[in-house]
Design a binder for this molecule. Sequence first.
Ligand code: MD6
Ligand code: FE
Length: 201
Amino acid sequence: MQRKLWEDEGTLDLQDGSITIHREYFPALKADAYLQKLGKIRWQQNQIVVFGKKHLEPRETAWYGDNGISYTYSGLTHTARPWIPILTEIRDGITDTIHTSFNSVLLNRYRDGQDGVGWHADDELELGNQPVIGSVSLGQTRCFQIRRKQTSREAISLNLHHGDLVVMSGETQKFWEHQIPKTTQQVGERINLTFRKIHHE
Ligand code: MD6
Ligand code: FE
């Protein structure tokens, strides 16, 4: 039986997919410095079109990567900005830890509890068949939920804290979806970085 709130460190075996959590992958002081610096990059709040209606995404984003990398989601094509030192440093550390290379990173900034990201899977064709995605959390703790795409809709919740690293791999994106729900609790800023490898044909 899967526990519904996972607070540990280690691997959550999802049968068809897996999620590994490295708690405090970055120690607090390092994570503080990253949070402070990343607050100052150029953030933008994108407009998306859902059922023909325009909305602003309930979060701010930024997208960095190798030259020529672009990424399409919700009907928008984003071109990566060139890597900056803080992001290559974080990227290279994660690559050393999990022996996976990345050519891009999507940053999300949740300004408060009214920001979030709805249920989704990162299952775009450009990410390939069994993508490994490395995800760093900085700032306020937020709840991260996962559930199977079909069948039982019961969600598993994980609290992601300042400095935690989450790695999703295998068939997680094919069979599972995840979200950061909005919350009415008083929460401050959280920044999340998801390192990915985009395959262009
Ligand atoms: C977030 N994370 O933590 C949103 N996606 O703010 C994601 O959407 C995500 O953490 C793929 C792999 C890991 C993630
Ligand atoms: Fe995601």
